[in-house]
Design a protein around this ligand. Structure first.
Ligand SMILES: [Mg+2]
Length: 289
């Protein structure tokens, strides 16, 4: 897929994805609005600039693989795949229905193009990514494997077993990305079960760690390049994000991890996203990038 390199263009794409997320969830009447919006810039960076993939040939053998371990954020991968051309945008407005290919959590048996595997229970996606990364090494493939996690998943024991296995097997073809917004469904992560010091934990497990602002395309793309520069080590990006990014009235409110907008709210949210897009483009122009 042709890479989008202009930061303003990437911003426009990410806001189109955000608008599709809002419309999709309002139609479904359920789903995770806040996290999905917060990850839109990371997913735009991955699918429109960084990853090797081909929406016209979803099963292309040499494609990079992405596992969405943070399955509650399924709306962001659905909207990103649709905007990248994997399937018709109209399919975004069927989520959650039994006949839909867009289940609440990604489901492989629904054969949605671009979905690599089913995910559900938090903390398990890294184990799947490790398995794929080992297989790629054994097959001498030069593909890259990505897994995306929420910060709440850092509280899951299985994730750390997988982290240990990744460094043991020297999986420098593996990149984990953490959506670090400091919130989970019930409260702040520091109040539920403190995950700090997170950088030191990953380093202690043998990973190369890079931190970035998860809404700054220059930082995200640099991190994706930089994180696997060390041969023989897996890489992890801790992306600082804002839950609900782009809709000021719901930003940093953990209650929006577990709810969808009503149709009335969605109308208001779409207006706010238009305003935030203008501000974001102005910021890019001011920064000179
Ligand atoms: Mg979180």
């Amino acid at each position: 897929m042709q890479k989008v390199t202009d930061y303003s263009d990437l911003t426009r794409i990410s806001y189109s994805i955000r608008k599709s997320i809002v419309k999709s969830l309002a139609t479904a009447g359920s789903g995770d609005t806040g996290s999905s919006l917060g990850l839109a810039d990371v997913f735009t960076s991955l699918y429109f600039n960084h990853m090797s993939h081909n929406p016209a040939i979803p099963a292309w053998e040499e494609r990079d693989r992405l596992i969405l371990s943070f399955c509650d954020a399924a709306p962001v991968i659905y909207a990103t795949l649709a905007h990248a051309g994997y399937f018709d945008l109209k399919q975004l407005y069927t989520p959650g229905k039994p006949v839909s290919r867009l289940q609440v959590h990604p489901a492989l048996n629904k054969n949605l193009p671009g979905i690599e595997t089913s995910t559900g229970s938090p903390g398990q996606g890294l184990s799947m990514a490790v398995r794929i990364a080992i297989a790629a090494k054994m097959d001498k493939k030069s593909i890259r494997i990505y897994s995306v996690h929420c910060d709440g998943e850092m509280q899951e024991g299985q994730l750390w077993e997988a982290a240990m296995a990744a460094s043991h097997h020297k999986l420098d073809n593996l990149t984990a990305i953490i959506d670090y917004n400091g919130l989970q469904t019930d409260a702040k992560t520091t109040d539920v079960l403190n995950i700090e010091p997170l950088v030191f934990k990953w380093q202690a497990f043998g990973w190369n760690v890079v931190e970035c602002n998860g809404h700054d395309f220059r930082q995200i793309l640099n991190s994706l390049e930089k994180v696997n520069e060390i041969t023989g080590k897996p890489g992890v990006i801790i992306a600082k994000t804002t839950m609900g990014k782009g809709i000021k009235t719901i930003e940093n409110n953990h209650l929006w991890q577990g709810r969808a907008p009503t149709h009335e709210e969605a109308t208001e949210f779409l207006c706010q996203l238009d305003e935030s897009l203008i501000l974001a483009i102005e910021e890019i122009a001011k920064s000179g990038f």
